[in-house]
Design a protein around this ligand. Structure first.
Ligand SMILES: [Ca+2]
Length: 216
């Protein structure tokens, strides 16, 4: 990343390359680092420098710690602005394409009859289909695992399955239908969880659920 400051009154000597200091901060490293920008030539009044972005650790010389999605802020303290006063001038830039917190949101789950018509309640001994739909809203393909659970009124799972989409393309939606036959009347919840791994993954959708009744 290149930083330029144009300030003719900091060109103090027309036969020497002068320098100015800027403070560079990021969302991840708000403490910031001080960087010296060198005049581009002996008499230009334009000061330039290059810094490098690294994701972890401590910053070395000319390095700032920043991750995708961070904002980098450059602060230049101008000792004499146009009205002769000290003024802090800032400029900002974003790092990369931010990954949304939940890049693969699940839609509210649905329930279908064995004739594939939407139903709001189920009947003991009659098969229904549970519908889960997820959409990859990120800009690149992602590994997606969709967990489908039916919980009883106490929150115990009475049905569980999952679907793996190893490379769900950007912008693509996938729907699943899982057959389930209730065996007991009561209040139940369908819950959909979406993660980026089968075991120990991180949630890439907020959990979504609906509650419904199973009648005798
Ligand atoms: Ca100079």
């Amino acid at each position: 990343m290149t930083i330029n400051v144009t300030d003719p009154d900091r060109n103090e000597k027309s036969d020497v390359r002068d320098s100015v200091e800027v403070l560079i901060k990021s969302t991840t490293y708000p403490l910031g680092i001080s960087v010296t920008l060198l005049e581009t030539d002996v008499n230009t009044g334009v000061f330039s420098g290059r810094i490098y972005i690294k994701e972890t650790g401590l910053p070395g010389a000319y390095e700032i710690i920043a991750r995708t999605g961070d904002t980098i802020t450059v602060e230049y303290t101008d000792p004499y602005n146009e009205t002769g006063l000290e003024e802090v001038i800032t400029a900002t830039a974003s790092v990369g394409v931010p990954m949304p917190t939940y890049p693969v949101p699940a839609s509210t789950p649905g329930m279908l009859s064995s004739e594939f018509t939407p139903v709001t309640n189920a009947t003991v001994g009659t098969q229904v289909y549970i519908n889960a739909t997820v959409t990859n809203t990120h800009t690149e393909a992602l590994y997606v695992v969709v967990f489908v659970q039916v919980l009883d009124a106490e929150g115990h799972p009475v049905y569980f399955t999952y679907h793996i989409y190893p490379s769900l393309s950007a912008g693509l939606a996938m729907s699943s239908l899982d057959a389930w036959t209730p065996t007991e009347a009561g209040t139940y919840t369908i819950r959909i969880l979406v993660t980026d791994a089968l075991v120990g993954g991180k949630a890439i959708s907020e959990p979504v659920e609906i509650t419904f009744e199973v009648v005798a």
